[in-house]
Design a binder for this molecule. Structure first.
Ligand SMILES: NC(=O)C1=CN([C@@H]2O[C@H](COP(=O)(O)OP(=O)(O)OC[C@H]3O[C@@H](n4cnc5c(N)ncnc54)[C@H](OP(=O)(O)O)[C@@H]3O)[C@@H](O)[C@H]2O)C=CC1
Ligand SMILES: Nc1c(N[C@@H]2O[C@H](COP(=O)(O)O)[C@@H](O)[C@H]2O)[nH]c(=O)[nH]c1=O
Ligand SMILES: [Zn+2]
Length: 390
């Protein structure tokens, strides 16, 4: 029975993967409804405010004229059905109305507005509920959402594209691409699932990047935030980055208050925020992440920056994951991704866990994460599952 449930849960998970760029700040969820061995309906979460996966799947069953089969079917969903009125009404109510008698849930929803209530509500209506499948996969896909709900902070993923000797650009400013086209397209998939892209004024002025999502069809573009203490980017309104739908320029709080700008002449897609500086005279990144993160329900932060911002994030212990592409070339003594004082001894770094290595044509992509934070998330979810299984 467990294998059968896992098999169909995997199909639900694979459906959710296809929509990973869409639902943010909602989690990315998939659902299949199975009668006997046949899928009679399926769906995945749409853009925030539109249908959740369960509703898509139930509507699919109705469209196929198979509603009468629901009472003898099992619904597989990768996240606990919601029991609260959010942007949409509770899925639990729709499931109860549908007549379905068996539901399998991959992971509980740690949103305090749900937190097991969805499952108990289904059970109190006589629905048989099983929980705890594909936990690591579903957590990984929604790591930012689970981090926001369980740890009260977003998940920060830093993308680095480097040569074999770990260099990210030439000192003379002449480098454009180090990694190949396929790796760069892959990078856009990661941009597309993020809530926000972080970059620094150094990168914006050196590269004039667009920092948008290309090569992935999406109606939802992430926000873009530029760390720019003195709002220098505003001196050049023609920068490519300003063509994004919403840009937040994060600068020094005192620079902002002294700054003679007229909100009326600032384009609508640009917001300015003021942040206090830390002991190094740099923007206090923890304050910034809290300010930007809470106001915008930020799940994943995707960082694409040079050594300035990367180093500050590293030193503040804020990097949760590295998305690191290597191209087989040696560039010599030029720009590195981090600029940290030399260490006195080799660190153990046993908190960093390499969890994915993928060859992308003639490049390699490594994914490395902070295993302490990852385990904290996984263990909290396992504990919730244990309580809900009892
Ligand atoms: N291959 C790759 O993966 C990438 C390579 N690059 C390369 O990196 C180089 C640019 O590097 P760099 O100039 O370091 O660029 P960054 O994008 O890291 O910007 C650094 C600047 O951000 C501002 N800033 C504001 N707050 C902070 C903070 N808390 N911590 C650190 N910086 C802060 C500072 O300027 P201020 O004080 O004025 O605000 C600082 O000089 C370019 O050559 C570019 O091509 C860039 C991205 C990716
Ligand atoms: N050089 C380099 C990268 N550089 C990153 O891409 C940014 C340009 O983004 P865009 O203008 O949107 O295409 C640039 O400023 C830097 O952040 N990325 C990679 O995948 N591989 C590479 O070799
Ligand atoms: Zn729902």
């Amino acid at each position: 029975m467990k294998d059968r449930h896992t098999h169909f849960m995997r199909l639900a998970y694979e459906l959710s993967l296809k929509n990973r760029h869409l639902p943010d700040p909602n989690p990315c969820v998939g659902c299949v409804i199975v009668h006997g061995d046949k899928i009679i309906g399926q769906g995945a979460t749409q853009v925030a405010g539109s249908n959740h996966a369960e509703i898509e799947a139930l509507q699919d069953v109705e469209k196929r004229g198979l509603g009468s089969l629901l009472k003898d079917s099992t619904l597989y969903v990768t996240l606990e059905p919601c029991s609260h009125h959010g942007r949409t009404p509770p899925c639990v109510d729709a499931l109860i109305r549908s007549g379905i008698r068996e539901v399998a849930v991959a992971l509980p929803d740690p949103n305090p507005l749900v937190g097991g209530n969805g499952i108990s509500s289904l059970r109190s209506h006589g629905i048989d509920v099983h929980v705890g499948y594909l936990m690591e996969e579903v957590l990984e896909l929604n790591v930012g959402f689970f981090s926001r709900m369980l740890l009260g902070r977003p998940w920060i993923r830093t993308k680095i594209a480097s040569s074999l000797d770990g260099r990210i650009s030439l000192a003379n400013g002449k480098s454009k691409w180090i990694t190949n086209e396929q790796s760069r397209h892959d990078g856009h998939k990661w941009r597309s699932r993020a809530s926000i892209i972080f970059t620094g004024v150094g990168t914006v002025l050196a590269d004039n990047p667009r920092m948008n999502v290309r090569y992935v069809e999406t109606p939802r573009e992430p926000l873009v935030a530029i760390m720019d203490s003195d709002f220098r980017t505003l001196d050049n309104p023609n920068l490519n980055i300003f063509s994004n739908p919403k840009i937040i320029i994060c600068g020094n709080a005192s620079a902002l208050s002294n700054f003679a700008y007229d909100r009326g002449v600032l384009p609508n897609n640009i917001d300015l925020i003021g942040i206090d500086t830390d002991s190094n005279g740099l923007l206090n990144l923890r304050e910034l992440i809290e300010k930007v993160g809470i106001a915008n329900e930020i799940n994943e932060i995707h960082v694409e920056a040079g050594s300035g911002l990367n180093t500050s994030l590293y030193e503040a212990g804020l990097i949760d994951e590295y998305l690191w592409y290597f191209a087989p070339m040696i560039l010599g003594d030029c720009n590195a991704p981090f600029n940290i004082s030399p260490l006195e001894s080799i660190p153990e770094h046993d908190y960093l866990e390499m969890f994915d290595l993928t060859k992308i044509s003639n490049n390699v992509r490594l994914r490395i994460r902070n295993s302490v934070r990852w385990k904290a998330l996984l263990n909290s979810l396992k504990e919730m599952v244990r309580c809900l299984q009892a």
